[in-house]
Design a protein around this ligand. Structure first.
Ligand SMILES: Nc1ncnc2c1ncn2[C@@H]1O[C@H](COP(=O)(O)OP(=O)(O)OP(=O)(O)O)[C@@H](O)[C@H]1O
Ligand SMILES: [Mg+2]
Length: 268
């Protein structure tokens, strides 16, 4: 991890751009409808090799910030920087070519296509390197490699999520944006998904992951941001935020208690 990382603190983040971040949003302002901003000055940094978590209440703008990075909403202020280059508002295909991948929460596979065809779609810009990338991805997701001819429509939610992640990885991204990878999955599948995310990250991909499972997210991420009303309200290491009384009271409260109770139930 970079030695120049900001000192983690449960206080509003500084908004000055930091040069060695792989991806930064700086004071992002934007939304969907004219005159209505959903993001109200959102600043997030991901340093090379980091796994960054974004948590926060429903409607806080978590998905919106990923969409803003990926050029899918109107940005009215601030900027998005990729390794020092201003990529604000660039189209998704340009961003993919520059090494940014997004796995949206829903509709993230082509159901009528096979696993292999889905992965080919991920590589539409560089078909020649399919075999090389397929090997890398099949190493991370062996079950997909074995079932490459199976149609995505016949896969479970968790398996589709794996295909979607694998597809984004086919382009060899330097930053992967994940929107709620564990949503709708059983606890066992959730754990498996988090493990895969960690593996992807350890393979050298910086990850920005939005998660509704806040406690689990904080347990595995390097640093995290709590988003509230379109702004980064708190930041720190996962451990710091897990133990921050304000964050617990405001954002983890019952969820943390529920999760702890669940852990207690299933502990052997
Ligand atoms: N396509 C859209 N058009 C208009 N408003 C939208 C659109 N998508 C989202 N919004 C609004 O933007 C706000 C933030 O939505 P967003 O999806 O970013 O929240 P979120 O933090 O991801 O919430 P959740 O935890 O429920 O996924 C919400 O008030 C939502 O109604
Ligand atoms: Mg969302």
């Amino acid at each position: 991890m970079s030695e120049t990382q900001p000192t983690a603190s449960a206080a509003p983040t500084a908004t000055a751009p930091r040069g060695d971040a792989v991806l930064s949003t700086i004071d992002l302002v934007g939304g969907y409808l004219p005159g209505v901003n959903i993001l109200n000055g959102c600043s997030i940094d991901a340093y090379p090799g980091e796994l960054i978590g974004i948590i926060g209440p429903n409607g806080a703008g978590k998905s919106t910030v990923l969409k803003a990075i990926f050029g899918q909403i109107k940005i009215r202020g601030g900027s998005v920087m990729l390794k020092g280059e201003d990529i604000t508002g660039l189209r998704a295909d340009k961003l993919v070519a520059k090494g940014v991948g997004l796995v949206p929460q829903n509709n993230n596979v082509f159901p009528s296509l096979t696993i292999e065809e889905n992965l080919e779609m991920g590589l539409f810009l560089r078909p020649k390197v399919f075999n090389e990338r397929f090997e890398f991805v099949a190493d991370l997701f062996p079950e997909l490699g074995k079932r490459r001819k199976q149609r995505a429509s016949s896969l479970s939610g968790g398996e589709r999520q794996m295909v979607a992640m694998a597809r984004a990885l086919m382009m060899d991204p330097s930053v992967l944006l994940l929107d709620e990878p564990s949503a709708g999955l059983s606890p066992v599948r959730q754990d498996e998904t988090f493990l895969r995310v960690r593996q992807i990250n350890r393979a050298g991909v910086s990850v920005i992951m939005v998660e509704q499972n806040a406690r689990r997210c904080l347990q595995i991420c390097d640093r995290a941001y709590v988003l509230d009303q379109g702004k980064d309200a708190y930041t720190g290491t996962g451990r710091e935020l897990l133990n921050d009384p304000k964050v617990i009271a405001l954002y983890l409260g019952t969820l943390a208690a529920d999760e702890q109770a669940k852990d207690g139930d299933t502990a052997h």
